[in-house]
Design a protein around this ligand. Structure first.
Ligand SMILES: [Fe+2]
Length: 232
């Protein structure tokens, strides 16, 4: 059976994305096809201005709209570059900051909230909010942003989802395997982010860690293979 191909990128954290990594990803989308799917797997934007964490006032955008511009331009570049049949935008916990902000600050407007419209996701993309349905299915593999942190995130995601799963969120390449209830092996993969590690020094408590990477998935109905591309 023919193997389909999907290109997966996550954790760009615009306006903190690393330009060279973005260029490489866009080139891959444009020149290394054909792609069956292009999946952005969460935290495409940082949404720094709505963060609950302590903020550097010199770096905080005054309005959300100002912070979204650079990411929207890159999304449109990807949209034009990729001929993938399925384009999927999965929200991460950072996009979910918009929802949380409205729930907290303007709860009576929650019914008017349209995250897709606020972010500017093109109509022909599949859009999934950050919740239980926020995943893309590539044969036996699910792709989702993930919720588990720390050095054992790959293991903890496997325990959480109990199926073959690929996530972002922790900005590191890692994998973990176990045997499922049916006696067959299952695997969890975490892939690195595409953000500028230097630009986010203030988030780091001590030594800067993390990997800049994106992934390519070959898949059909019964099997898949994850190829991780680490960006220097
Ligand atoms: Fe992230």
């Amino acid at each position: 059976m023919r193997m389909k191909r999907a290109l997966i990128g996550c954790d760009f954290h615009f306006q903190l994305a690393y330009k060279l990594a973005c260029d490489e990803f866009a080139d891959k989308a444009k020149h290394d096809g054909p792609w069956d799917a292009l999946v952005l797997a969460g935290d495409f934007w940082d949404i720094h201005c709505l963060s609950n964490f302590e903020k550097n006032p010199f770096k905080t955008a005054r309005f959300l709209e100002d912070e979204l511009g650079e990411g929207r331009e890159y999304l449109s570049r990807l949209d034009m570059a990729s001929k993938a049949k399925n384009k999927v935008f999965l929200c991460g916990n950072h996009e979910a900051r918009i929802t949380k902000y409205v729930y907290r600050q303007a709860p009576y407007m929650a019914k008017n909230l349209n995250e897709r419209e606020i972010l500017g996701i093109p109509d022909d993309w599949t859009f999934k909010a950050y919740n239980r349905s926020g995943c893309a299915q590539l044969g036996p593999l699910i792709v989702t942003h993930g919720v588990k942190c720390g050095v054992m995130a790959a293991k903890n995601n496997l325990v959480k989802y109990m199926c073959d799963v690929l996530t972002g969120h922790v900005h590191r390449n890692a994998s973990y395997s176990a045997t499922g209830y049916n006696g067959k092996p299952i695997h969890s993969h975490t892939i690195g982010g595409m953000w500028d590690v230097k630009a986010v020094e203030e988030y780091q408590l001590d030594v800067i860690d993390g990997t800049r990477a994106y992934a390519e998935v070959l898949y059909n109905d019964t099997r898949y293979e994850v190829i991780t591309h680490t960006v220097k």
